[in-house]
Ligand binder design. Sequence first.
Ligand code: PMP
Length: 451
Amino acid sequence: MTPPPNSLEARDIAVQVHAAVDHRLYEETGGLVIEEGEGIYVFDNTGKKYIEGLAGLWSVAVGFGEPRLVEAATRQMSKLPYYHIFNYKTHGPSVELAEKLIEISPEHLTKVHFTSSGSEANDLVVKMIWYRSNALGKPAKKKILSRLKAYHGVTIASGSITGIPANHTSFDLPLERMKHTLTPDYPREKLEGESEPEFSARMAKALEDLILAEGPETIAAMFAEPVMGAGGVIVPPEGYWAAIQAVLKKYDILLVADEVICGFGRTGQMFASQTYGITPDVMVTSKQISSSYMPLSAILMSEEFFAPIADESHRLGIFGHGYTASGHPVATAVGLENLKIIEERDLVGNAARLSPQFLGRLKALEEHPLGLWSRGVGLIGAIELAPGATPGATGRAVQAAMLEEGVIARAIGDALCFCPPLIITAEQIDAMFDAVTRALDTVAATLSQEA
Ligand code: PMP
């Protein structure tokens, strides 16, 4: 339906270029205008209320309308709205947040650099890895590995490590130095009779084969999300991370854990690296670091990773990198207050406590006529739906029906993905899945009429 002339929707179509849409389709449909948010809910411009089942973009941990974050931003805005961290300058909010991150993260991560988005952070980690290989006198060690279906962002470098075709096609990506190995999607990709540990061993073998084919001396690092998010919520099978890390260690390849979705409690522990026994050389965080109230990301690194980079900058007289907004005082002040709220309200514990109910409700959907298999950990999960005539058609239909029922969640292909704010309660989880079940019933009824 074309929006009425002069409506916000029509004005939007006239002037704004959107993300992740078919631009020509958008000209016909316009977008849903979200006007306000409160707790786990958002409201559109007709006043209709939705449960935000994906926490915005997997990110609003403390919920919408949190006054303490507004106050933290206002306080910092009044005192020092902007300063940078270039040219031997610093400021309090960036130092305090860096200290907090080091306090709550795995012990060997001792240095932090701030950026403003997940893409920017991963892009910079690629640059730092190249800079470091040069510093170490290994200029050939530059290739970067990741997995098919991985999501690490959309800049030229981070988009190249992303393993999703839509983010590559017609953009002339990926860059040649980026190579992709198999996706650890056990339910979909397992062989007949293959156990999870056997599957994990096969994934590790595929990684090793790729490394040997490319030449181990040419490979610098592997990037990986502990739990894959935008690829459709893919939870690692038993033994996966131990097997992968053993291969990387054998060939002196760095591991970058992309905790942009997982970090700050999503899996029921502060970081998914803790949940899965991952010891990354670099950990990339964003999203829940500020509950997305301000654009912010943080790269946490070990001393061993940082030292050659520091030495190289000393040799050259400068580390020739930085953004105007790196370590932005308002963003870092909001980030610090947000992490205090996560700690004080024990939102990581809340995710762990409510996880069995959340995953149980997802599992129950396997019994629905449209349901196939569910997966998840902590408060992130998905239910795979039976595909219709074309791949993704069922997912799109249920996503639309959920919207009618007042739930915003993401269909990725035919998987319905959920990642609600960490403040969600047991009652709200039930309300969300009751509405999702009604949406599935509606779509199933339509399909049976069409059949
Ligand atoms: N890494 C992961 C794991 C992500 O999920 C995302 C965003 N969904 C990014 C990186 C990129 O972050 P941004 O959109 O802030 O660039």
